[in-house]
Ligand binder design. Structure first.
Ligand code: NTF
Length: 789
């Protein structure tokens, strides 16, 4: 990249856009100018990649969520221009870090599922794979979280407030979307996905809903101003907000509209492109296109594809279905029942009657196939797509899709043996596993430049950035004191940086010499932040009893957003904040342990927290966490896993060794055995420490004003609620094992050399969790595409 031309571009941009020189520009203006200047440098290469793909089979990833985070720093890293641009800015008296900090996160996703999509984009481009993403350009991404009176409060996320230099509006590629009650425009915004090294630049195409006309002129003339804008508002509502739910299905009409809007725009775009390149013979569609459906959110792409082939291209239904069965593949990300989408049939009929008709035809074809196979009516009932007035999105995806995959070995086994067992019996050959991964560029090269430099120095090159399996070579330093000491000193540096950041953002001081025990992820009962909180409360009581208890100083760090309508998740946040306060108010305890719940946990916050973690808490109820990806990021940054035998934890431990992690608690089989006669109250009655902890929920210890705000949590654990059994997630059953294992952590942490060795073994064995590996498996085992040369 040309230093001089970047400077000149920035000057010109500031003059043309803000009417001032770079010198007088605000930090946000510099961010915009610099980002646009970088865009100007990559557009030609972007064009070259697009052209190369014209003669290739392509894979399209359709996802309702992309949790991208910030773009500037990452793009500079991937262009390998970070240091150069840093110097260039220095010449202008500008600090690159400050400019990076200005950028708003693109939080167009909730959690793991959306962040996985973002990591896949990065890895596809880095691996030179012809992959394009399709998604929605939500005007407001995931809500901003703050705490008021010890509770989560949500605010709108205005990620576009400084503009959007990282996308190009492609007016000419607009398509129309028809609903039964309205017709709208879908305008694509193309985001460049720069592969590491900068040679390949892929595209993430995000659709924005816009009205056919800005306002109704006649109504306006008649001074009916609100009414004149009604249609515009109703249209813009479609891509106004990201649904903030994670792992729960929210049957909202507007969400169904969003889903159809996404898939109709994307499928129309693919079909148009196919016709331009290959003409009208749709038999060949699957030769050129594979479509991956990220969970069930985009599954309406299937009937929409069939609709277009039948209604607009004159194919027969049978033929169109046959083609669809070679094009679509589906990824399942959860087995939680409440997350499996089932839409009311009448809603679909109302919004898009033709799509509903096609779904009925698909269902009929499925039934016919099962009849031919000799299935009884009873048995067929288990497979129906439309059942009791609901459309089962996963059933449609599995019947039509040519591949279905889980996201970690254990999860895929559960799908095959339990959750989707009947489908597995029908189509064993469709089931695959693709263990999740994370991009090492954002999660190590960008987030932990200090550790990256050490690795590059010790391995003699930076090749590991594109082939993470090379980290294995680090195992040879496991007895090397110099390396172990440098690892420790890097961890300390990252902890100091995080402490500063927390001081600035939260106004809280934490001690970088304490053990940083980290649990960051969405707030959900199955992830059991409450179990961690119960442990901390128990430790509080123990320390009060015995201030000389032999433990290292610990800082428990939490970060999590709760779905705004998820009352119990919000109570858990409130409880943890209350425990933090209680500890702060207790002199004999507060110098030993501290609890920090950071506000507004996000991708950019994760980039600060993860490199600073000493311990990675991954304590979901066995069988419930499909994979987890935070566990991989923490491992890559040298934090041993403190976790249950669940999701990808199983594979993490298999790679880095049980002796380098802290695995505790019930396993899937144990829980299956316990399920029918589990009585949490027995644990409470038999264990005075558990009793003390739970009683504190309701006896005023945590709730001095005695509002009873934690009674629901107490009862959920001990007595259950009308429709749910007590302690559905087995916190009480796992408490004892948790406690014993955490005591072991404290014991181990005393031997700092030993700890550094465990840390090194985790880093060295994290190669398997690169999303480069994952995406190459999708490419060869599902999509049938290969890297362009
Ligand atoms: C999440 N699923 C799972 O809960 C995580 O374990 C997994 O790592 C990620 O997907 C990515 O595969 C969801 O967010 C959802 F929506 F499916 F529930």
């Amino acid at each position: 990249m040309e230093k001089q031309s970047i400077k000149e571009y920035m000057e010109m941009y500031c003059k043309m856009t803000y009417g001032k020189t770079v010198k007088h520009a605000t930090t946000a203006e510099v961010w915009s100018a610099l980002s646009t200047a970088i865009m100007s440098q990559i557009v030609d290469r972007w064009y070259v990649t697009n052209k190369a793909y014209k003669s290739q089979k392509m894979a399209f990833y359709i996802s309702a969520e992309y949790l991208m985070g910030r773009a500037l720093g990452n793009n500079l890293i991937n262009l390998q221009e970070y240091d150069q641009v840093k110097d260039l800015l220095k010449e202008l008296n500008i600090n690159l870090n400050e400019v990076e900090e200005m950028e708003e996160d693109a939080a167009l996703g909730n959690g793991g599922l959306g962040r996985l999509a973002a990591c896949f984009m990065d890895s596809s481009a880095t691996m030179h794979l012809p992959v394009q993403g399709y998604g929605l350009r939500y005007r407001n991404g995931l809500f901003k979280q703050c705490f008021k009176n010890g509770e989560q409060v949500e605010e709108a996320d205005e990620w576009l407030k400084y503009g959007d230099p990282w996308s190009i509006r492609k007016e000419a590629d607009m398509v129309y979307i028809n609903f039964s009650d309205m017709k709208v425009k879908a305008i694509p915004y193309d985001v460049p996905i720069i592969g590491f090294g900068g040679a390949t630049i892929n595209t993430l195409r995000l659709w924005q809903a816009e009205p056919l006309c800005e306002f109704d002129f006649n109504l306006y003339n008649n001074q009916q101003y609100d009414k004149a804008l009604e249609q515009k508002n109703r249209t813009e509502d479609i891509t106004r907000v990201l649904y903030p739910n994670d792992s729960t299905e929210q049957g909202k009409l507007l969400r169904l509209r969003q889903q159809y809007f996404l898939v109709s725009a994307s499928v129309q775009d693919m079909v148009r492109d196919f016709k331009r390149r290959h003409g009208n013979v749709f038999d060949d569609f699957a030769k050129w296109h594979a479509v991956q459906l990220n969970d069930t959110h985009p599954v309406l792409a299937i009937p929409e594809f069939i609709r277009i082939l039948v209604d607009e291209e004159g194919e027969s239904f049978e033929k169109a279905l046959g083609t669809a069965r070679k094009v679509f593949a589906y990824t399942n990300h959860t087995i939680l029942q409440e997350a499996l989408e089932k839409w009311d049939a009448y809603l679909m009929q109302k919004l898009f009657p033709r799509i509903y008709q096609i779904i009925e035809q698909i269902d009929a074809a499925l039934v016919q196939e099962l009849r031919e196979k000799g299935y009884s009516d009873d048995r067929i009932n288990m497979y129906h797509i439309i059942k009791e007035g609901k459309v089962h999105m996963a059933h449609m995806a599995i019947y039509v899709g040519f591949a279905i995959n889980g996201v970690a070995k254990l999860h895929t086994e559960i799908l095959k043996n339990t959750e989707l067992h009947h489908w597995y019996e029908l189509y064993p050959y469709k089931f695959q596993n693709k263990t999740n991964g994370i991009t090492p560029r954002r999660w190590l090269v960008l987030a932990n430049q200090e550790l990256s430099s050490l690795i590059t120095e010790k391995l003699g090159s930076n090749e590991w950035m594109m082939d993470l399996s090379l980290l294995k070579q680090l195992t040879k330093f496991v007895e090397d004191d110099e390396v172990l000491e440098r690892l420790q000193s890097i961890k300390y540096t990252k902890k100091c940086q995080l402490a500063e950041c927390i001081k600035a953002r939260e106004g809280i001081e934490i001690d970088p010499n304490s053990l940083f025990d980290v649990q960051v992820k969405r707030l959900h009962e199955y992830k059991r932040q409450l179990l961690n909180a119960m442990y901390i409360l128990d430790l509080y009581f123990r320390l009060k009893e015995n201030p000389n208890l032999d433990i290292p100083k610990v800082t428990f760090i939490f970060g999590a957003k709760a779905f705004p309508g998820y009352y119990r998740a919000k109570s858990v946040i409130k409880l943890i904040l209350a425990i933090g306060d209680l500890i702060n108010r207790t002199p004999e305890v507060k110098d030993k342990i501290q609890v920090v719940f950071v506000t507004n946990y996000s991708v950019s916050y994760a980039e600060r927290i993860i490199p600073a973690a000493d311990l990675s808490k991954q304590i979901s109820t066995a069988g419930k966490e499909a994979s987890g990806t935070g566990n991989m990021k923490l491992m890559l940054n040298g934090a041993p896993t403190f976790g249950t035998y669940d999701g990808a934890n199983v594979e993490i431990v298999a790679e880095s060794g049980e002796e380098n992690n802290f695995i505790f608690g019930l396993r899937v089989e144990d829980i299956n055995n316990l399920r029918n006669n589990y009585n949490p109250k027995e644990y409470y009655d038999k264990s005075p420490d558990l009793k003390r902890v739970l009683d504190a929920f309701i006896d005023g210890t945590l709730d001095p004003a005695n509002t009873g705000c934690f009674r629901d949590l107490y009862e959920a654990l001990l007595v259950g609620k009308n429709w749910e059994r007590p302690d559905q997630y087995y916190l009480l059953a796992d408490f004892k094992a948790f406690k014993a294992m955490q005591d072991k952590v404290f014991e181990c942490y005393k031997d700092r050399r030993k700890w550094a060795q465990m840390s090194l073994m985790n880093i060295a064995n994290s190669g398997a969790f690169s999303s480069d590996r994952t995406i190459m498996q999708y490419a060869s085992e599902i999509w049938g595409i290969s890297p362009i040369s």
